[in-house]
Write a protein that binds this ligand. Structure first.
Ligand code: COA
Ligand code: AMP
Length: 631
């Protein structure tokens, strides 16, 4: 069937389409129907099926003769080690870890926070939770203790699974002091922390709460898979919103298994047994869907890579891993390719490796700029596929279905809507716009299986953030257009979210931190264009009356504060003191205009601006930081 036929079928008869896709999943009780309409714009998928995520990702492959196939390859250029686990070995490890959780009182529905670097145990932790119906919430290692504390208080975990450290080039990031600090800060206290001691840092254990991962799993009885309802939460993944409080995206079990499994062949064009590599981190949605669940459920070998695109040890690392492990499909963020291109513009490193195994490169997480796509296409001589998705959806909303019916690539577009996504471009009043017209990107409800049904502990926020602006639609928060051939173009965010090195960050959250500096009366954070990371945050602070300390001291403190409160991942390095911020007459800060000035882009003077002269001061401040070069 052609893409067009499949896409049309998914919209005209979603019930048949998704019930058919669900046949690829092993159910303990087959769902009687795909979609449940709960009313009030709320939907669930496969609600009355019974299923287990771990069984589908691990045990069934052992039962079906794939026990000796590699499930996980760990490649860590940072430690100079490589290892692998077959599906049978993974089953044993996961069952024991699940047993250790059970022995410590964790049962179906309990939350478990996972705070782990890129080691196979991170996947084992996720799968062990899935095995017993516990709901995991993975927290990215680059977040500070206070961000971890916010998540602990929101999801109230019974247990935490953590490693003693993560490894960044040239730096050991000790996780245990961060975890201890977070638990001190949080009102909720987990009963137990299972700590994986890594040789690079030995964690100090707190008696009565902390237990050693290895000894607990060694003595644990293997736990069996617990079937859960199709609408049982598999996990909560926090992502940035407009305010400092992160949104807990909920993922239901049944829909996510069905949808991810569908994408592995149809979008990523891999067959069971093939090696699939997503060079991301388990802390992000890409890591959940395409380092852990997607490939394993589909019977693929997945790679857990502990390294960076450059500097570990060089810009040839990606090509080495692809060549050594026979990678068929490779997925990373455009920023990673830009990093390789900057270090090795002629692609000399690639010539050292035979990467003829690689069929397609997939990019997502931020806008893929045409220069990067062309460079990668010329170097690799394979299709380079941009695809667009969000933490909320769990997999791509728009992509090029390479395993189904590859469509011509239009550079600058993540191609076309995937099954079940009825994408519309709307004006402010919610009217559909014609082709090639810029507007808000919205998706007609219901969203397909595997997408978020709600936010953890925050049904009203879910409604307000996603359902309220355009009744009957999911508001993506992205703006863009669709051309006459149905190709989508993602142009900008419509909210305060910025994208730094493929990481989604909230400028609102950064402003909340800066506003807590005792000398700061008012502030604004904007995302300016950055050649490597796509965007970089820049802070503007107005000082409290009477403060006359050196500005350089205050801005250095601002940078330190954001690193301490949000974490190094915010990559917040630049702040500047200004007298005033540009505002509308009603007091709204004109951040979008500030971004235009920073990027040297032309802009229309906002009609409602209170005092246009302030823009000159902003331009001057930006020029001292090396921005606003023209325009
Ligand atoms: N634990 C602790 N700290 C971390 C971390 C982690 N897991 N990940 C990143 N950090 C730190 C970095 O060490 C850096 O610290 P520094 O300010 O002391 O240098 C800071 O957070 C910013 O990290 P990042 O923005 O990633 O910059 P970088 O200079 O380390 O690397 C790239 C730049 C482009 C190589 C890197 O960002 C990259 O590979 N990006 C790909 C992103 C990706 O895969 N995104 C997922 C969506 S597909
Ligand atoms: P995250 O939730 O971290 O995956 O970030 C989702 C956001 O990243 C989207 O809403 C977009 O703003 C941006 N994004 C992701 N993929 C793409 C893409 N292919 N092109 C443009 N923007 C993208």
């Amino acid at each position: 069937m052609s893409y067009q036929d499949i896409y049309s079928a998914s919209l005209t008869d979603p019930e048949t389409f998704w019930m058919d896709a669900a046949k690829a999943i092993s159910w303990d009780r087959t769902p009687s129907r795909a979609l449940s309409d709960l009313g009030d714009d709320l939907y669930e998928w496969f609600a009355d099926g019974m299923v287990n995520g771990c069984y589908n990702a691990v045990d069934r492959h052992v039962e079906n003769g794939r026990g000796d196939q590699l499930a996980i390859i760990h490649d860590s250029p940072i430690t100079g080690t490589k290892s692998s686990l077959s599906f049978a070995q993974l089953q044993d490890k996961v069952a024991r870890l699940a047993g250790a959780l059970v022995a410590n009182g964790v049962t179906k529905g309990d939350r478990v926070i996972i705070y782990m670097p890129m080691v196979p145990e991170a996947l084992e932790a996720m799968l062990a939770c899935a095995r017993i119906g516990a709901v995991h919430s993975v927290v990215f290692g680059g977040f500070a203790a206070s961000e971890l504390a916010v998540r602990i208080d929101d999801c109230a975990p019974k247990a935490v699974l953590a490693a003693s450290c993560g490894l960044e080039p040239g730096r050991v990031v000790e996780y245990k002091p961060l975890l201890d600090g977070a638990i001190d800060l949080a009102a909720h206290k987990p009963d137990v922390c299972l700590i994986l001691q890594r040789p690079q840092a030995s964690a100090t254990m707190i008696p009565g709460r902390d237990l050693d991962w290895q000894s607990e799993t060694a003595k644990a009885a293997p736990a069996a898979c617990v079937p859960v309802e199709g609408n049982h939460p598999a996990y909560i993944l926090y992502t940035s919103g407009t305010t400092g409080a992160p949104k807990g995206v909920v993922r239901h079990t049944g829909g996510h298994l069905v949808a991810l499994n569908w994408t592995m062949k149809n979008i990523y064009n891999v067959d069971p047994g093939d090696v699939f590599w997503a060079a991301s981190d388990v802390g992000w949605v890409v890591g959940h869907s395409y380092i852990c669940y997607g490939p394993l459920v589909h019977g693929n070998t997945t790679i857990v890579f502990e390294g960076k695109p450059v500097g570990t040890p060089d810009a040839g690392t990606f090509w080495r891993v692809i060549s050594e492990h026979n990678v068929r499909s490779f997925f990373t963020a455009p920023t990673a390719i830009r990093a390789v291109k900057r270090e090795d513009p002629k692609g000399l490193e690639k010539a050292k490796y035979d990467i003829s195994c690689l069929r397609t490169l997939y990019l997502a997480g931020e806008r893929a700029d045409p220069d990067t796509i062309h460079w990668a296409q010329d170097l690799l001589n394979i299709p380079v596929i941009d695809h667009w998705w969000q933490t909320e959806t769990g997999y791509s909303i728009a992509a090029n279905p390479m395993g189904l019916d590859p469509l011509p690539v239009k550079v600058g577009s993540p191609s076309v809507a995937m099954p079940g996504y009825d994408i519309k471009i709307l004006d402010d009043a919610g009217h559909a716009l014609p082709p090639d017209t810029l507007g808000a990107i919205a998706i007609k409800l219901p969203l397909p299986p595997g997408t978020l049904p709600t936010l953890w502990n925050a049904p009203e926020r879910f409604r307000k953030s996603y359902l309220q602006t355009f009744p009957g639609y999911y508001e993506t928060g992205d703006a863009g257009m669709i051309d006459k051939d149905g190709y989508l173009y993602i142009m900008a965010r419509t909210d305060d979210v910025i994208n730094v090195a493929g990481h989604r960050l909230s400028t609102g959250a950064m402003e909340e931190v800066l506003a807590n500096h005792p000398d700061v009366a008012e502030c604004a954070v904007i995302g300016v264009s950055d050649a490597l990371k796509g965007q970089a945050p820049v802070g503007f602070v107005c000082l409290t009356k009477g403060v006359n300390r050196p500005h350089a001291d205050i801005t250095a403190e601002c940078v330190k504060l954001i690193r301490e409160k949000i974490g190094p991942v915010a990559a917040f390095k630049l702040a500047v003191v200004v007298d005033r911020l540009p505002k509308t007459r009603s007091g709204k800060i004109l951040r979008a205009t500030m971004v235009k000035i920073a990027d040297g882009a032309s802009f229309k003077m906002p009609a409602t601006i209170d005092d246009p002269a302030i823009l000159d001061e902003i331009r001057g401040a930006l020029q001292t930081l090396g921005f606003a070069k023209s325009g």
